[in-house]
Design a protein. Sequence first.
Length: 168
Amino acid sequence: MVTYATTESPLGTLFLARSAKGLVRLAFGEEDTSDLRDELATLGEEVTPGDLSAERQQLDEYFAGTRTRFTLPLDLSLIPTDFSRRVLEATTQIPYGSVATYGRVAELAGSPRGARPAGNALHSNPVALVIPCHRVLPADRSTIGGYAGREDRKAWLLALEGSLDVQD
């Protein structure tokens, strides 16, 4: 069974979904709930509203600045390819308050020349915030780069974390 709920945050409404394995989806409020439920149905399980209080608590602590690392179990079933999974797993290793470049994340995922595909994998991150794709920046840092959850949210998250240094 997959359970889902919404919660309010400083970034607006968040949609959360958990399978028996762990958090499988975290989406921002502008994503259509019906589409999200349809996406979850592809996992082949019943999709129903439920209690996600543990996930909500960790998000509340993160937004309050008292949590720097999520300890939620994750279900990566919605990640389509091994490369995407490796990119997202590498991204989980970027510490709170730090950032890395797309190229560095691609390198950690086993594809040193794969900065652009790494960016595509990050854009499709099904559990944003928990897998901190907002911590990945372009190499030249002329901008903070794109973010599926909107660039203003990425800037807000980077400011929350006090991210200044780049891991090359």
